[in-house]
Design a protein around this ligand. Sequence first.
Ligand code: IMP
Ligand code: MG
Length: 178
Amino acid sequence: MKDDLKEIIFSEGDIEDRVKELGAQITMDYAGKSPLLIGVLKGCFVFLADISRHIDLACEIRFLTASSYGFSSVTSGKVKISKDHDYEIKERDVIIIEDILDSGVTLTALRDFIVERSPASLKICALLDKSARRQVPIEADYLGFECPDDFVVGYGLDYAERYRNLPFIAALKPEIYS
Ligand code: IMP
Ligand code: MG
């Protein structure tokens, strides 16, 4: 698996430190509230597990599935959204927990899906942002790191469902995905 990697971009330690800071920031900003954390499957699963343990609030954790890529490394432009089951979004303080913001197509569709359900507030927390690749204007309210324009894997992020279990974030060698 490691032979497929070009270089490590964010080490385990870098990620741990930044995730702790983000959790502390959310804890401060939402003092006295019980936010609803909605993780975007499947890429969020490691990030959500880690950040939620640094959010010192009575929060609820739910999931949504959004898929647009299939087994390709570029967005198809169409996003399919499904909720794990029927939970209330209305009047909740929602924080979307997403692995990476790339073209912005996925998060825009998710934001619209949630806004239609009348939350009290909505913020976006993304671990990575490849802002150079944005096609639609959308930004994270809480951001881990600005990410170089490489296809990255690890810490929940996959290519064709592999590499999610790497404890760091690395760029994949272009010959693997092209
Ligand atoms: P967007 O709709 O183009 O912003 O893409 C967001 C989704 O694409 C993320 O939730 C990821 O699942 C996936 N994605 C985008 N860039 C990468 C990457 O470099 N590695 C792995 N997945 C990615
Ligand atoms: Mg993916």
